[in-house]
Ligand binder design. Structure first.
Ligand code: ZN
Length: 196
């Protein structure tokens, strides 16, 4: 667990390890953002990540039952793996929900979550991809797979997996314009001015 501001806890960073361009290990980041004293979670990794995520929730001083809501940047399997562990309501973009054949639990995400947490549409990697903007001491964006790694940011390339490259690049620019810190879907968090 890594606390990056008073109200932002990285339960686990995202990973994406490629072996000669073949992905061998992948799982999303999982992040707690605070709405006043209530924690919400952005993305929940893969199901085997539960031990790490649940340990990190405890380390942050919470229990899984304290979680107010779960927001999924999109509904790929490596971002929703531990959703079921939480009793809280889960939210994603309606276009993502529409693609599920038997959705019983994911609700359309409102665009405003609290006075300092909002949702922006960042399609391209998937049709209904969203990013979570947290206007804390600094502006933090949980970018999911819209900017999946720091390398994507540095090299200014859209996610390798995408449904629409042009939209993916527009989403990249949208995030870049507002974020001071990015918590990407598959990498450690970073400051935008950082190039190392
Ligand atoms: Zn994805």
């Amino acid at each position: 667990m890594q606390k990056i501001t008073d109200s932002t806890y990285i339960l686990k960073p995202g990973v994406l390890v490629r072996d000669d361009k073949k992905i061998i290990r992948y799982a999303s980041s999982s992040v707690i953002l605070m709405i006043d004293e209530f924690p919400l979670i952005v993305d929940t990794g893969l199901s085997p990540d539960w031990k790490t995520i649940s340990g990190a929730i405890k380390e942050a001083g919470f229990s899984k039952d304290d979680i107010l809501m779960v927001i999924n940047t999109h509904l790929h399997v490596d971002h929703i793996g531990c959703n079921k562990k939480f009793g809280a309501k889960k939210y994603a973009h309606p276009l993502e929900i529409k693609q599920l054949s038997n959705n019983t639990e994911i609700l359309p995400c409102p665009s405003k979550i609290s006075k300092n947490i909002s949702i922006i549409e960042t399609p391209g990697h998937s049709n209904g991809h969203i990013s979570v903007v947290f206007r804390d001491e600094v502006v933090i964006v949980c970018s999911g797979d819209a900017i999946p790694t720091k390398n994507n940011y540095i090299e200014r390339v859209p996610p390798r997996i995408h449904v629409n490259k042009k939209l993916a690049m527009e989403s990249f620019c949208k995030i870049e314009k507002i974020a001071e810190i990015i918590i990407p879907g598959h990498d450690e968090w970073f400051y935008l001015d950082s190039t190392t």
